[in-house]
Design a protein around this ligand. Structure first.
Ligand code: HEC
Length: 120
């Protein structure tokens, strides 16, 4: 019996994905980055989404999902918001609000070593 419980909890752990990760996957699979940028930094007329208030961002996504927009520019978002469930919006906005830029490994590469005495 204990063994079964162990297997079950291991499986649950393996399949459990954080809201942040789910949001990140959605952001990529729905191609949101095409306008809002790979680092949620935004560009031109497309707003930055990183580290902004979750409540506001989910309010906006739900607003667009109802086919509402205040400007012609915002109408662009309706098509992208329409297929999102409440859970999708929750995961996406968690990703936006909690966004942490991933380190770029190359930049912090300290494995470079100088051989010899540098010819002095
Ligand atoms: C074709 C370009 C484009 C794509 C793709 C796109 N957006 Fe947008 N997004 C916009 C524009 C334009 C606005 C409105 C900017 C404004 O208010 O003038 C916007 C606004 C938003 C806002 C509200 C931000 C604010 O400051 O009010 C959120 C949240 C958002 N987008 C999320 C998403 C998500 C999530 C996806 C993917 C499902 C996505 N966007 C895909 C262009 C895009």
């Amino acid at each position: 019996m204990r063994f079964i419980v162990l297997i079950f909890s291991t499986l649950t752990l393996l399949s459990a994905q954080s809201s942040y990760e789910k949001g990140k996957e959605l952001y990529v699979s729905k191609a949101c980055y095409a306008c809002h940028g790979h680092k949620l930094e935004g560009m031109h007329m497309y707003p930055r989404l990183a580290n902004r208030a979750k409540g506001y961002l989910s309010y906006k996504l739900k607003y667009f999902r109802e086919k509402k927009a205040d400007t012609q520019q915002q109408e662009m978002m309706i098509d992208f918001a329409i297929g999102l469930s409440d859970e999708d919006i929750d995961n996406l906005t968690t990703y936006f609000t909690d966004y942490v830029e991933e380190m770029q490994r190359e930049r912090y590469d300290d494995s470079y070593q100088v051989h010899g005495d540098g010819g002095s």
